[in-house]
Design a protein around this ligand. Structure first.
Ligand code: FAD
Length: 437
């Protein structure tokens, strides 16, 4: 009996394994947890939701809702289980995370065609048909293998996030509302610094203790999400030409420009939370509180989230993958999930579904599938071809062709429902033509 290897039983791998098995093909499913875990996972279950329990919008007038509906129509296991364990969440599909992953695990474990090995895979299977779905936290050794194989020297990057503070804890006697050059509404809160205050802040910042991030190298951070302390270490004035630049920010109360300004931007619609713009950081949490409270106006700041940094492994998909999720240089090897550059739970599951179907096609010597561009699945797959909205940055790659659809969704719900209707009709046509059930 031919079989297909699936490496990683996260969201993409679990869905891919199911799709393969339901086509009557044996699956060897490899998962390294609990023998080796990742910094984000907490359980040994498959398809663990590592952070939020939301699978985004449920309605058909939004892109994520359409993507989920298309998956249901292709007998997605994860969608079926999600619907069974849904919890009330307004217009979103949210799930009981424990029931969700426990149920997926049980169904895969009980499937007669799925053989599970709890072990870390360290080599890429080159001769047989296989899917790599090891996620943004792919184990180091395998990541190195992928890097060697693809020749990419930019497989692994680090994402950093800025801290968030409450509005009520900001001293608005010191901070002032304005947007740079008075463009648009004065939506930012600005904390002005004198030269002395800046120097004091700068000296504390460059000496503050950072949290340890295994394997972190400064060279592997995108300029766009460079931690503030790393940027500061380039020179005393770097921040005043970067996130703390004072140009175009005049405090109406004094009519003057300050030596440096820290800007805070609304984090939520209610405007009760603000993030420190450009303050991505991996300082220790206690140090974040100590140093950032030196900023005038933030002396009493209450931090609802501290800045964090995590590894994010992904491929330069437009360069090395085909839009059927296979590797250009090794067509039997497919990639799925966040490692391909897709962002989010739902998108990871969807890529696993399509990669699973295509691996089946490959082993049966049939041409692989390319879903029509009008469908959400087709739009998602096209991010692999490097459609214009795709750039080589983690967490910024969305649906490829879907943003225009999403824009239209905002404009008119009814119109969007029609777009979705057409997408689903196209999907049904495609299913019939390709003999998909
Ligand atoms: C910290 C964090 C928070 C996130 N929060 C959200 C969120 O709230 N909402 C959202 O939509 N998206 C979120 N994402 C993004 C993304 O949707 C998830 O990471 C998603 O789980 C990706 O699915 P995946 O299948 O690609 O990877 P995963 O679900 O991570 O699955 C990969 C699996 O492969 C296993 N594995 C790794 N290496 C090996 C190996 N060598 N051998 C065997 N097994 C291996 C891992 O143990 C894991 O089980 C988050 C990502 C991170 C890192």
């Amino acid at each position: 009996m031919p079989s297909i290897k699936v490496i990683g039983a996260g969201l993409a791998g679990a869905e891919a394994a199911w799709q393969i098995a339901r086509h009557g093909i044996e699956v060897e499913l490899y998962e390294m947890r609990p023998i080796k875990t990742t910094p984000a996972h907490h359980t040994d279950c498959f398809a663990e939701l590592v952070c939020s329990n939301s699978l985004k919008g449920a309605g058909l007038e939004n892109a994520a809702g359409l993507l989920k509906e298309e998956m249901r129509r292709l007998d997605s296991l994860l969608m079926r289980v999600a619907d069974q364990v849904a919890v009330p969440a307004g217009g979103a599909l949210a799930v009981d995370r424990e029931k969700f992953s426990a149920s997926v695990t049980k169904l895969l474990e009980e499937h007669p065609l799925i053989h599970i090995s709890r072990q870390e895979v360290k080599d890429l299977p080159m001769s047989e048909v296989a899917i790599v779905a090891t996620g943004p936290l792919t184990s180091d050794e395998l990541a190195l293998e992928i890097q060697k194989m693809t020749g990419e020297d930019a497989l692994s990057f680090y994402d950093a996030a800025a801290p968030i503070v409450t509005l009520e804890s900001i001293n608005t006697d010191k901070a002032f509302w304005a947007s740079r050059y008075d463009k648009g509404d004065p939506d930012y809160l600005n904390c002005p610094m004198t030269e002395e205050e800046y120097r004091n802040f700068y000296n504390e910042l460059i000496q503050a203790e950072t949290a340890e991030v295994k394997g972190f190298e400064r060279s592997k951070v995108f300029e766009g999400c460079m931690p503030v302390e790393v940027m500061a270490s380039r020179g005393e004035q770097t921040l005043t030409f970067g996130p703390l630049k004072p140009v175009g920010l005049i405090d109406a109360r004094t009519g003057k420009r300050s030596y440096a300004v820290v800007q805070l931007r609304k984090e939520n619609r209610e405007g009760t939370l603000f993030n420190l713009v450009g303050f991505q950081t991996h300082l220790k949490w206690g140090e974040q509180q100590r140093v950032f409270r030196l900023i005038p106006g933030l002396e009493q700041a209450e931090f609802v989230r501290y800045g964090v940094m995590h590894r994010n492994t992904f491929l330069n998909a437009p360069k090395i993958l085909k839009s059927d999720y296979s590797l250009r240089q090794a067509p039997n090897l497919f990639f799925a999930g966040q490692i391909t550059g897709v962002e989010g739970y739902v998108e990871s599951i969807a890529s696993g579904l399509v990669a699973g179907l295509n691996a089946v096609r490959r082993i049966n010597n049939q041409p692989t599938l390319l879903f029509p561009a009008e469908t959400a699945l087709g739009a998602l797959a096209r991010h692999l071809e490097g459609s214009p909205s795709v750039n080589f940055q983690p967490m910024s790659i969305n649906y490829g062709l879907l943003p225009p659809l999403e824009k239209r969704i905002k404009a008119k719900k009814e119109k969007n429902a029609k777009i979705s209707e057409r997408a689903l009709a196209k999907l049904e046509e495609f299913k019939a033509a390709e003999g998909l059930s």
